[in-house]
Design a protein around this ligand. Structure first.
Ligand SMILES: Cc1ncc(COP(=O)(O)O)c(C=O)c1O
Length: 390
C-alpha cells in the first residue's frame, strides 16, 4: 500500500478567538523584502482528474530561501527582540526593529537552534535581517549542502553526531550557558511554548496570502506535517479568516515511515503519540516522531482525515509538478514540499484509490489547495528524483 487514510476519530471542534493573524499581516507588510509568493492553478490537471481546481502555493520562492520556514523564524525573532526592547509586540513593524538602539540590543542576543535544514536556514537569514546572531546545530545524518546554505548566511552551523532529541538538549544547554542566549525552536513541548507559538503564528501569513489569491474559498486543504506547527499555523489562520461553515476539509499528510499524527489518531485516546525507532524517509522536513505540544490540540480538533504516503509517491508528485499537464505552470518542489500535492495526486490519478476519493468528497465542485513548502533544497537529490523514470 502506497497510501493510507483514516477518518478522524475525534470530535470536530473549532475554537475561535484567535487575534494574532492581523498582527502578523501588519508586521509582514512592513518588511521591505516581503513579497507574496505565487499561487499556481493547475487547471489542466484538475480537468484531467475531474475536480474543480487544484491550486499550489509556491513557498519555494519565499525570501530567496527555497522554503516557507523564514516566515516563522523572522516573526518569532522579531517578537523576542521587541519584548526585550519594550516595544508593543502586537503592533510591531519592521522599522521599529531597525533603530540604532534596538539593533544595538539585538546585536547582544544569540538565537540557538536545531534543524535538519529549512528552519535553520530561516533563522540564519532572520538573524541577518535583524542584526542579531544565530548558532545552528544539526543532528547526525544531516546533509552537508543544507549546512552550507546556513553558513552562507553567516551563522556557524555544525552537523553533530547526536540524534534530534540529544541535539536539542545540547543546544538548549548551550543557550542556557550564554547570558544573552535563547533557544528558538520550531517545536513546542510542555514548558517550551512561547517561541514556537510565535513561529506558528508567523507561518499564518501564507494562509492570508492564498485566501486573497484564490478566486473561491477552498473546499479541501491537504497539509503535510512534521511536528505539525506548519499545519496548525495554517488552520488557525483559516479559523481566523473564514466563517466556520466555510472551513475547508482538512487532511493531514505524513510520510508512511514516520506518521506521528496518523498514529495518534489511530490510538484515539486524545493524546499525542511518538513514533519509535529511527525512521527513514526522503521527506527530511517531515521526519518528525512527536507532535508539537501546541499543534496537536489544534489538529486533533479540526482535521477530518489523516493520510500517509510512501517515498515513491512523493517522488511521483515531484515529477508531476515539474512536468505539468498542458500549459499549467511547472513547479520546483522538494521531497517534503511536494508531499501534500503528491498525496492528492495519487488519490486522483490511481483508480485503486477511488474509495479514498469518494471518502474525501473530491468531485467536480472541489477547490483543492496545497502548499509546496520547499523547492530544490537538496539540488542533487532533486535532479536524481526528477530524472528517474518512475
Ligand atoms: C519543507 C517542509 N515542509 C513541511 C514541514 C513541516 O513542518 P512542521 O514540522 O511544522 O509540521 C517542514 C519542517 O521542517 C519542512 O521543512
Amino acid at each position: 500500500m502506497t497510501l493510507q487514510m483514516q477518518k478522524s476519530p475525534f470530535t470536530y471542534r473549532v475554537r475561535g478567538g484567535q487575534v494574532i493573524n492581523t498582527d502578523v499581516i501588519r508586521f509582514y507588510r512592513s518588511v521591505p523584502s516581503y513579497q507574496v509568493t505565487p499561487l499556481y492553478r493547475l487547471t489542466n490537471l484538475a480537468h484531467q482528474y475531474g475536480v474543480g481546481e487544484i491550486s499550489v502555493k509556491d513557498e519555494g520562492q519565499r525570501f530567496g530561501l527555497e522554503a516557507f520556514k523564514g516566515t516563522g523564524g523572522l516573526y518569532a525573532m522579531a517578537q523576542y527582540i521587541a519584548s526585550k526592547a519594550g516595544l508593543d509586540p502586537q503592533n510591531l513593524t519592521y522599522d521599529q526593529l531597525q533603530t540604532p538602539a534596538v539593533r544595538k540590543l539585538a546585536d547582544q542576543i544569540t538565537f540557538y537552534t536545531v534543524t535538519d535544514g529549512n528552519h535553520g536556514r530561516g533563522i540564519a537569514w532572520a538573524a541577518k535581517q535583524l542584526g542579531t546572531h544565530a548558532v545552528v546545530n544539526m543532528p547526525r545524518g544531516s546533509q552537508q549542502v543544507r549546512a552550507q546554505h546556513i553558513r552562507d548566511l553567516g551563522a556557524p552551523c555544525q552537523i553533530t553526531d547526536l540524534n534530534y532529541d540529544q541535539v536539542v538538549k545540547f543546544t538548549s544547554d548551550q543557550a542556557d550557558r550564554d547570558p544573552h542566549g535563547i533557544l528558538i525552536q520550531d517545536m513546542a513541548w510542555d514548558d517550551y511554548r512561547t517561541i514556537p507559538t510565535d513561529i506558528a503564528d508567523g507561518y499564518s501569513i501564507m494562509a492570508d496570502e492564498f485566501l486573497h489569491q484564490l478566486d473561491q474559498v477552498p473546499t479541501h486543504i491537504f497539509l503535510q506535517a512534521g511536528v505539525g506547527q506548519f499545519s496548525a499555523g495554517m488552520i488557525n489562520a483559516l479559523i481566523d479568516a473564514l466563517p466556520q461553515d466555510q472551513l475547508p476539509t482538512i487532511t493531514i499528510v505524513e510520510p508512511a515511515a514516520v506518521a506521528c499524527y496518523y498514529l495518534s489518531a489511530e490510538q484515539a485516546d486524545g493524546r499525542p503519540h511518538t513514533v519509535p525507532g529511527s525512521p527513514q524517509t526522503i521527506m527530511a522536513g517531515l521526519n518528525c516522531q512527536t507532535p508539537s505540544a501546541i499543534s496537536w490540540p489544534v489538529i486533533r480538533d479540526t482535521a477530518r482525515f489523516y493520510g500517509t504516503l510512501t517515498d515513491d509517491v512523493s517522488a511521483k508528485g515531484m515529477r508531476q509538478l515539474a512536468n505539468p499537464a498542458g500549459n499549467d505552470h511547472a513547479i520546483v518542489a522538494g521531497e517534503s514540499g511536494a508531499a501534500a500535492f503528491a498525496f492528492v495526486n495519487e488519490v486522483l490519478s490511481n483508480p485503486d484509490y477511488r474509495d479514498l476519493r469518494n471518502t474525501l468528497g473530491l468531485d467536480e465542485d472541489s477547490q483543492i489547495i496545497v502548499i509546496n513548502t520547499e523547492g530544490a533544497t537538496d539540488p542533487v537529490n532533486y535532479q536524481r528524483i526528477i530524472n528517474a523514470n518512475k
